[in-house]
Design a protein around this ligand. Structure first.
Ligand code: G4P
Length: 525
């Protein structure tokens, strides 16, 4: 008999949905929330057009631009599972927060637009998921529109992302000619418009893997085509392997249309069947902590400030890794050894924030923070004394020089810089010779958020001078020679005093590598 905690942990499914903007992440999220009964009406999560901003668009900038800067967490129950979806910013200007959110999930769902295939942002996010070795499920969206050939899409997925794929179902037609899905996994055909045939939604396949010969769809060209494709894939494609799915080596592929809610429920149910439950987490000491461990522990993967401009509060997002969190419990912050009572906690929904009383491993909680937490911090109850692995840093690609507009504000400028850097909002570098401040980000929006927060929270107007895109590469301090620096490769140090070059472009980097073959250039993730 498993314990209450074990049962609760085993029911958790915690994942993120990743995609390039406009592939349909928001639409599918809404459909999932509808199935889970978490919202009653589509359009609740995003209300761009109506001006009804979702509550997850907390910050003013988000409102001005109608985008969601920060990730929120949505929870619902489906069947006997408790589902936690971690949202990731859906704009091109995504930030390090998006990457960090992927450190807190057990699986990812990759939404692809069938007309566009694998796009740039999907690729980047996918790589972070792969680095973690988590299972990745693919939803090929917008089947109600004419898109690319399904076989092409699969080939591109395998080639560009270097992952094996296994189609769980296969489109029968597309766009206006969409008739259904040949569900390889459940051995049935799911009709797009069952009313057209006056039938149930599902037609079971016979032993030959076919629908009855007298079914009108049987004579349809799109059905014949789908059958041919499936046959080809059965002979030449990958084999289904639960093991490979679990280790992120094979992605199960589902086709469907989020907008018309076709194939979404099948996807959800099959996904929940194969998505992993919370597993153990690695510690700094290279040990692991079981989610069933009775003591509570978790790590901070994101800190969000100013969710409520009236209170200027910060919220630290914690992934619970073990045990049960209870409101009001005493915990220790590992980095400082300081003890706290966790009385102010929240759980998140797209349209409300509720106080959470209890959460178990796999869940995400938000803690009100008065400046105690840093990204990557571990908290634990009792005598656990655990420190979870550090979160990776991501190589920024965009850089700006930064100065305080008013020289009299140096003190608050430095304080703001220090806190925002610690919080992980932005990365800070200093030129080696002149100690000029340069900030780096993975998305443009991080700069805007930084500028906004410096003004609103630290009362400091900052001047940002764009330096454009750079390729950042770290070097061994022993290789450091200031004469190596030039305008095309600026030598700076990071906040841990580690030296790195900001190369103007790849050519400049290659030129440097040729000139100094003994200097090893290292990237973060
Ligand atoms: P994102 O979060 O990944 O950025 O994408 P989002 O869901 O906002 O979808 C982007 C656009 O694609 C939306 O249209 C949405 O209605 C449409 N879309 C999503 N799924 C499907 C689908 O299965 N089929 C079709 N045909 N369209 C789909 P929009 O007009 O830009 O959105 P909105 O401004 O009306 O919200």
């Amino acid at each position: 008999m498993s314990t209450k905690l074990e049962q609760a942990v085993d029911s958790r499914r915690t994942f993120a949905i990743i995609s390039h903007p406009d592939a349909g992440k928001t639409t599918i999220t809404e459909q999932l929330l509808l199935f889970g009964g978490a919202i009653r009406q589509a359009g609740t999560v995003k209300g761009k057009k109506t001006g009804n901003f979702a509550k997850s668009d907390w910050m003013e900038i988000e409102k001005q631009r109608g985008i969601s800067v920060t990730s929120s967490v949505m929870q619902f129950d489906y069947d006997d599972k408790r589902v936690n979806i971690l949202d990731t910013p859906g704009h091109e200007d995504f930030s390090e927060d998006t990457y960090r959110t992927l450190m807190a999930v057990d699986a990812a769902v990759m939404v692809v637009d069938t007309a566009k295939g694998i796009e740039a942002q999907t690729k980047k996010l996918f790589q972070v998921c792969r680095m973690r070795g988590i299972p990745i499920f693919t939803f090929m969206n917008k089947l109600d529109r004419d898109g690319r050939e399904p076989l092409d899409l699969l080939a591109e997925l395998e080639e560009v992302l270097e992952i094996e794929s296994y189609p769980m179902n296969w489109p029968i037609g597309m766009g206006k000619g969409l008739e259904g899905l040949y569900d390889v996994y459940h051995k049935r055909v799911e009709l797009h418009r069952p009313e057209k045939y006056g039938e149930e939604r599902f037609i079971p396949l016979n032993d030959e893997g076919d629908i009855p010969a007298d079914h009108p769809l049987h004579q349809d060209n799109v059905y014949t085509q789908a059958m041919e494709d499936v046959e080809l894939l059965t002979e030449a494609g990958n084999e289904f392997s639960e093991e490979k799915i679990a280790s992120g080596k094979l992605t199960p592929v589902f086709f469907g249309s989020a907008l018309t809610n076709f194939g979404v429920q099948t996807f959800l149910e099959t996904f929940l069947q194969f998505a992993p439950k919370p597993s153990e987490h690695k510690t700094m000491a290279e040990e692991t902590v079981s989610p069933y461990e009775e003591e509570f522990s978790g790590f901070v993967f994101k800190i969000q400030a100013n969710m409520n401009p009236a209170h200027r509060d910060r919220i630290a997002f914690i992934r619970v890794c073990s045990g049960t969190f209870e409101r009001g419990m005493d915990v220790t912050l590992e980095r400082t050894g300081k003890k706290f009572k966790l009385s102010n906690s929240t759980q998140f929904m797209a349209d409300s924030r509720e106080t959470v009383e209890e959460a178990v491993a796999g869940d995400i909680i938000g803690l009100y923070d008065t400046g105690n937490y840093q990204i990557g911090d571990t908290i634990y109850s009792g005598k656990m004394k655990v420190a979870y692995e550090e979160l990776p840093q991501f190589t920024p690609e965009l850089f700006m020089k930064v100065t305080a507009k008013n020289v009299m504000k140096q003190k608050s400028f430095h304080k703001g810089m220090e806190q925002l850097v610690q919080e992980g909002a932005i990365q800070l570098y200093k030129t080696i010779l002149t100690e000029d401040y340069i900030i780096g980000a993975v998305g443009q929006l991080q700069f805007e958020v930084f500028q906004h927060r410096m003004l609103n929270e630290y009362n400091t107007e900052v001047i940002l001078t764009p330096m454009g895109t750079k390729t950042a590469r770290w070097i061994d301090p022993e290789d450091l020679d200031e004469r190596m620096s030039s305008s095309r490769n600026i030598l700076v140090k990071d906040r841990f005093d580690q030296p790195l070059f900001l190369f103007e472009n790849r050519f400049a980097m290659n030129w440097f590598a040729d000139k100094y073959p003994d200097v090893e250039l290292k990237a973060l993730l």
